[in-house]
Design a binder for this molecule. Sequence first.
Ligand SMILES: *Cc1c(COP(=O)(O)O)cnc(C)c1O
Length: 462
Amino acid sequence: MIPPFKIKSVEPIRLLPKSERIKRIKRAGYNIFKLRASSIFIDLLTDSGTGAMSQEQWSAMMKGDESYAGSESFFRFEKAVKEVLGFPFVVPCHQGRGAERVFDRVMIKAGQAVPGNTHFDTTKAHIEYRKGKAVDCTISEAFDPETDHPFKGNVDLKKLEFSLKNDDVAYVLLTCTCNSIGGQPVSMANIKAVSRLARKYKKPLFMDGARFAENAFFIKKREKGYEKKSVKTIVKEMTSHFDGMLMSAKKDAIVNIGGFIAVRDKGLYEKLSQMAILFEGFPTYGGLSGRDMEAIAQGLYEGIDEDYLEYRTSQVKYLAEKLELFGIPVLKPVGGHAVYVNGKEFFDHIPQWQFPSQTLAVELYVEGGIRAVEIGTLLAGRDPETGENIYPELDLLRLTIPRRVYTKEHLDYVAECLKKVWERRESVKGLKLIHEPKVLRHFQARFERAEDVNFEKKLRKK
Ligand SMILES: *Cc1c(COP(=O)(O)O)cnc(C)c1O
């Protein structure tokens, strides 16, 4: 796991004293989204836009052509998309959800369905914003944290065919890797089968490809017949089965902002670029500066570099294995971009209505100034009809690893801090929600420490 790079530019980080951390998290209403970044020592909130750019990316930015129309940087970006992904037409967008907005405006009519594996939250929100319906056809193994399936992102073909037969389908969407279920990859065999099925029903197939390179690397590592193929070849084989792809470049293109829609069909490209003018910008910049497009172009090549991918995935695996060694329950198998700790099992004395994974996020901050994010009951929100909390099967804490940012020493420290929380887990109390916005409550919610878990637990049981 030796990093295939050395460090040229450094950003200082500082661990505040524990008394100060306790004060700040309390002031933030026990919500890690409300902490200032300067209060944090190691930030594992997300791998989105948090990567470190290379010297080649920074120097490419100096060549940014900021012309409104016909920017040279656009043509370099278009060439990279063609070479790495094989799609001839590309519409730049300011980030992934910008691409989703433009795309769904063109593709979805009210009442239509978009089946696929588990949709990412902004993706689902955009489909629903167009009065469409996101149909989750992921294999059932994906929802069992203990099952060790190599491609938990796969689509259950029977579920997909059911949707293709019974719904008015706008398009089929495959998220590679599948972020919402733990960064789990989709196999090449499944991509092929899904593509065949979509063609049979004459529906286009698109990839939500934020982590396409990590997906290709897992195919190389886990799927028979791909061990000797290069990631570059595997990526091309993957994309050959799709009509196009939506991309948040903040992930596998290793930039701080950017995204795009890449397609094969000229007619569709023309519709999309018209819509992009309305929402994102002229089709040769789409909400990005010329220098942003330069950074993405270079980042696409670096994102498929096998030394980098080996290092990145082994970093994630290293942290997960270290935690397992301490007996801490983690989601299996380890995905591409994060380690997920099973918060419900970690604090098995804290009921789900007292937010065990959110409690773990708070404790980890107090213990070591580390920020991780709850993917559980807080995030799931309430049932719009009954107003009751939704209690998801998987109640997790996500430790997301930014690209090329932290070293093994940082990860060792994260594991040691989690171990300390693990050792004192029985004395930890849950949280009580005291303020909650109606939509996307996790960003703004406020909590208090719950008083007596067992007392409330008993009340609940009666
Ligand atoms: C991040 C992400 C998006 C949204 O992209 P943004 O750049 O955050 O707007 C869409 N789909 C997947 C799979 C993602 O990971």
